[in-house]
Ligand binder design. Structure first.
Ligand SMILES: Cc1ncc(COP(=O)(O)O)c(C=O)c1O
Length: 449
């Protein structure tokens, strides 16, 4: 059955007008920018619907890397941002506070996990992570931060070195950026570890304790652990339940700070306001960004305990951090999350995805694993379910076939990821998964031929 308003792609991709503009872009801009570019140029976007300049209509299941929580340019958020920009223009919030700063800090702390009582300002997620790592080191006086293979924290120096999603992301400066030690993310599908008898109950924490801390680093030199509570671009991976209590115990035993990078998971994407709420974790620091600006303007923040922010000699943020328009957008975003049935819709979308995705796996042998947490969904392709050898060409092919059928998805490092806006109607999302299933079928046939 065809959905009444299915996406419609009627040209080859890119269409002729898009091809011409993409060609001009290639001739003038930094060549590295072309890698992730979709083969069309956008003309307009409303809710989840994207139209290109050749008249093709797509459905957006990437949401600007999960920065667009409520579909394109929600009227009330845009209005709030524009009003504030008209009233104040730009001001550097380090120099002159505007009347939105304190209400925004209060609104964030009101919904933050217990124990977080301080807020620092940031321009975006990258800056929030950079600042959070500095707080970890300043607060403990220790240099090393433990991160996870598979995690993404941004691409500036510190954030880039803190992450380890794909080797090429830190190529050129990994060797110049000491102070990070990575262990494999607790990935139930791919972990090389098993919990050992008499251990912590979790294989990753056993490895950290029995190997990394025994052979490689003195725990007294560790400031803390930086972790995405659910891997975002790394493929919607949630740690197994025993991981969290074992990690919290380990942090407690050595005086480490626990910093959650909720830049992508935060503001409802995981089905709760913050992903740490889902597992009842109480971090010392949280880095925020992306959806905080309602998909309208950039803004980030670091939330911390009194202890993690008990000094005033770190200079943080940058000129545009918490500029007035962004504060207004964030306040209106928080109002949406408080007053509109957003989280209910995320939970319904998750339930629908958990119904649909296993069927996809049953029908398609190239699918090795499927995952859904809130509005993060991932499909991982393998050459062989036994060996779990990754099949990135299949993933790329599926992404192309899905796009040709009008679904904009994210072919990421390890999986094909779908991250709809949090208010996407259930029938639209279900139909999108059906179309992705058709794309997988067509790709399997083509790859077999
Ligand atoms: C978990 C996580 N942290 C930090 C960042 C960096 O955020 P931004 O690129 O918006 O500055 C990202 C971006 O994708 C992210 O996914």
């Amino acid at each position: 059955m065809t959905h009444a308003a299915d996406p419609q792609v009627s040209t080859e991709l890119p269409g002729p007008r898009s091809r011409a503009l993409l060609g001009r872009l290639e001739r003038t801009m930094y060549p590295g920018l072309r890698h992730g570019l979709a083969p069309f140029v956008m003309a307009r976007k409303h809710d989840h619907v994207v139209e290109d300049i050749d008249g093709n209509v797509f459905w957006d299941f990437v949401s600007a890397s999960a920065s667009v929580p409520f579909g394109a340019a929600p009227r009330s958020i845009t209005d709030a941002a524009v009003d504030a920009m008209r009233r104040y223009g730009l001001e550097d919030t380090h120099g002159i506070a505007n009347e939105l700063v304190a209400p925004l800090a209060e609104a964030l702390l009101q919904v933050a996990p217990a124990g977080l009582t301080r807020v620092d300002i940031a321009l975006n997620g990258t800056e929030a992570v950079e600042t959070a790592v500095r707080f970890m080191r300043r607060s403990t006086g220790r240099p090393i931060v433990i991160g996870f293979m598979g995690a993404y924290h941004g691409e500036a120096g510190t954030a880039g070195a803190a992450g380890a999603e794909a080797a090429e992301l830190s190529s050129g400066y990994r060797a110049l950026m000491p102070g990070f030690v990575h262990v494999p993310y607790p990935n139930p599908y791919r972990t090389p570890f098993r919990p050992r008898p008499g251990g912590t109950g979790d294989g990753t924490i056993d490895y950290l304790r029995d190997h990394v801390l025994f052979h490689e680093i003195d725990p007294r030199e560790v400031a803390g652990v930086l972790i995405e509570p659910v891997l975002g671009s790394g493929g919607c991976v949630a740690p197994p339940d025993p991981f969290w209590p074992a990690l919290v115990d380990l942090c407690g035993a050595h005086g480490w700070l626990l910093c959650a990078d909720e830049v992508k998971t935060g503001f409802g994407r995981s089905g709760t306001l913050f992903a740490v709420d889902r597992w009842d974790i109480r971090p010392d620091l949280i880095a925020l960004g992306k959806a905080m600006g309602g998909g309208v303007l950039p803004i980030g923040a670091v939330l911390g305990t009194e202890g993690a922010m008990a000094f005033d000699d770190l200079s943080t943020g940058s000129t545009w951090s918490w500029f007035p328009g962004a504060c207004a957008a964030a306040l209106e975003t928080l109002r949406w999350l408080r007053e509109e049935p957003v989280l209910e819709n995320v939970r319904a979308l998750e339930a629908m995805a958990l119904e649909e995705l296993p069927g996809m796996m049953k029908r398609h042998p190239s699918v090795g694993d499927v995952r859904a947490v809130g509005c993060f969904w991932a499909i991982e392709f393998v050459r062989d379910r036994e060996t779990k050898e990754r099949d990135l060409p299949m993933q790329e092919r599926v992404a192309r076939e899905a796009l040709a059928r009008g679904i904009i998805g994210d072919s990421s490092t390890t999986s094909y990821n779908l991250q709809p806006s949090l208010v996407t109607p259930i029938d639209v999302a279900r139909r999108a998964l059906t179309i992705v299933g058709e794309a997988i079928g067509a790709s399997e046939e083509a790859m077999r031929a």
